[in-house]
Design a protein around this ligand. Structure first.
Ligand code: BGC
Length: 337
């Protein structure tokens, strides 16, 4: 080839220099980039989790559902009620296969409140059947997490609605930390599912009108039939009095307790707070309590000692039936109180 040997020498030296330069720059590049990699690892923080995803993540890592809407899209409004004499518990249970042990959670969303419905009763099985028949689908349409507790008074002492409701509250709280309690007569069936079975910032009276009394509020302070109090509102008033045996007065006593605490009774609009009362004669064992006026005069003096904190009873059984939790209880007798 036409290259002189001296040129060949220069070019060989040049190659070494170039090789050296290449090595040096490769080393410099590597050092620079390794540095970045290490820095990137030590300083890495995960990308921020969107707030919604954080809210929806349960401790187990599973995603929970979005809250149910404030007004359920499943509501019907005015309902057609039926009281078929041939209706059976089996039929009502098969219509409500989504209910287990008296309890239900909406599958489509996270309920806004957990509500325990407490129904005191004795020997009113047919009324209970009609109530369950209407109330289960009604509550499901309202999209609440709910359970129905029936509190049965054992023995034949006079009926004590208020004490049974105190027992229901105490027993239901052993199952779940319910937000709201609905104290519900067994013979009252709601006529409109816009009457929401949830609690308010104040104690709520839900029976503005009923068929038996021309859908008129019985009197200004009437607080009977169906009422809704939060767990804390009920605790604040020390629950119901335990001393009202027989019919009447215990609901007025609760109203006095509520007022003594500076709370104010609220009511839904009269056009939705309507009930049908299933006809019945006064039961034996639930005669009018003629002592109720005297008891009502002493509420302000005794409420702190007479109520949830003095409610003694013996639970005889707790049965978890398909449509309700059946609590049978010995609450003693008027004389033994
Ligand atoms: C009784 C209440 C009852 C109301 C409406 C009152 O005289 O004391 O217990 O709910 O009448 O029937």
């Amino acid at each position: 080839m036409g290259l002189c040997p001296s040129m060949l020498r220069v070019s060989r030296r040049g190659k070494y220099v170039m090789a050296l330069l290449l090595c040096a720059s490769a080393l410099a590049w590597l050092t620079a980039n390794m540095g970045d990699t290490v820095k990137a690892v030590t300083e890495y923080t995960p990308a921020p989790v969107p707030e919604r995803a954080l809210l929806e993540a349960t401790p187990s890592g599973r995603k929970s559902k979005a809250p149910c809407p404030e007004i359920s899209p499943l509501l019907h409004g005015v309902l057609t009620l039926s009281f078929e004499p041939s209706l059976t518990m089996k039929e009502v249970a098969s219509e409500n296969s989504v209910v287990a042990g008296g309890q239900y959670q909406p599958p489509e969303c996270t309920a806004r409140q957990s509500v325990a419905i407490l129904v005191p009763q004795r020997s009113r099985e047919k009324h209970l059947l009609y109530l369950l028949h209407h109330l289960h689908p009604f509550l499901q349409r309202q999209q609440f997490h709910y359970a129905i507790y029936v509190i049965q008074q054992a023995g034949d002492a006079k009926f004590n609605r208020a004490k049974l409701l105190n027992v229901g509250y105490l027993e239901a709280l052993k199952d779940h930390n319910w937000d709201c309690f609905i104290f519900h007569d067994v013979d009252l069936v709601p006529e409109d599912d816009r009457n929401l079975y949830m609690c308010d910032s104040q104690p709520k009276h839900m029976v503005v009108g009923r068929n038996a009394t021309g859908y008129k509020l019985r009197y200004k302070g009437y607080f009977g039939g169906v009422t809704a109090l939060t767990k804390d509102q009920f605790k604040r008033v020390n629950g119901f009095s335990n001393t009202y045996w027989g019919w009447g007065g215990e609901d007025d006593d609760l109203r006095i307790r509520v007022e003594l605490q500076g709370m104010k009774i609220v009511r839904p609009p009269p056009e939705v707070a309507r009930y049908t009362m299933v006809f019945h004669k006064r039961d034996s064992g639930n005669q009018v309590n003629n002592d109720r006026m005297r008891l009502l005069r002493r509420t302000a003096q005794v409420w702190k000692q007479d109520g949830l904190n003095s409610c003694s009873y013996k639970t005889l059984s707790v049965e978890r039936l398909p449509l309700y939790v059946n609590v049978t209880v010995d609450i003693g007798t008027p004389s033994g109180h």
